[in-house]
Design a binder for this molecule. Structure first.
Ligand code: DX5
Ligand code: ZN
Length: 220
């Protein structure tokens, strides 16, 4: 049976009660904290930056999964290591020298993730897939929580899984955007290993039970 990892996205937390929400995730069955960093340039929104991540890290007891939606991510790799990132994911669309960026992330002792926007083909990963620890497939256009899931994602995950198997890579697949109990199992069947969920978890009446349910329905 597959143990799918669940990564609540802190973007949907209550920032006026951040410590409470972090402790709630600590106490839940969630596996990772998903941290969305947006710069207002790569995506049309600004989320939060270093001081907020520093505060999250002070309370979080689980893996810190940082998703950079910023231009020129290379400038900040060592900063995010110091802030406590365990996994650092950059967007392929923001990295003209992706291979170099991946090596720089690993040299800092972090796992390297590469994210693809909905329009970006997994074929672009053919020559680097063996160097990547995780591929993050965006199942919405990045920039905002609470958007509707793009149905083409299932086919994209299957195609990526086939590429990973063909290349004998150990890369894991994370899905981000619009994840709910309606699509979670089908995503795992298609090949997903990690599911990010923001508004579905934090918007629920009982987030702890919602996380437990996601864990249960993705054990397939
Ligand atoms: C979107 C972010 C997501 C977002 C997901 O750009 O990368 O991580 O927080 O939120 P939901 O689960 O609400 O779509
Ligand atoms: Zn994200």
């Amino acid at each position: 049976m597959k143990n799918t990892l669940i990564a609540p996205s802190v973007l949907a937390a209550d920032f006026a009660n951040l410590q409470r929400d972090i402790e709630m995730i600590n106490a839940s069955e969630a596996d990772w904290f998903h941290i969305d960093i947006m710069d207002g340039v790569f995506v049309p929104n600004i989320s939060f930056g270093m001081p907020v991540l520093e505060a999250i890290k002070r309370h979080a007891t689980k893996t810190i999964d940082v998703h950079l939606m910023i231009v020129e991510p290379d400038k900040y790799i060592s900063t995010f290591k110091k802030l406590g990132a365990d996994i650092l994911t950059v967007h392929i669309e923001a990295c003209p020298h992706l291979h170099r960026t991946i090596q720089a992330i690993k040299a800092e002792g972090m796992k390297a993730g590469v994210s693809l926007n909905p329009h970006t083909s997994v074929d672009l990963l053919e020559d680097v897939i063996n160097d990547i620890d995780m591929v993050l497939i965006m199942s919405v256009n990045p920039g905002f929580g609470g958007q509707s899931f793009i149905e083409n994602t299932y086919a994209k995950v299957q195609k990526l899984k086939a590429l990973i198997d063909k290349k004998g890579a150990s890369t894991i697949i994370e899905i981000d955007g619009g994840v709910t109990n309606k699509n979670a199992a089908q995503l795992v069947e298609a090949g997903a290993d990690v599911l990010v969920a923001g508004s579905y978890v934090f918007g629920a009446a009982d987030p702890i039970a919602t996380i437990a349910d996601l864990k249960k329905i993705t054990k397939i």
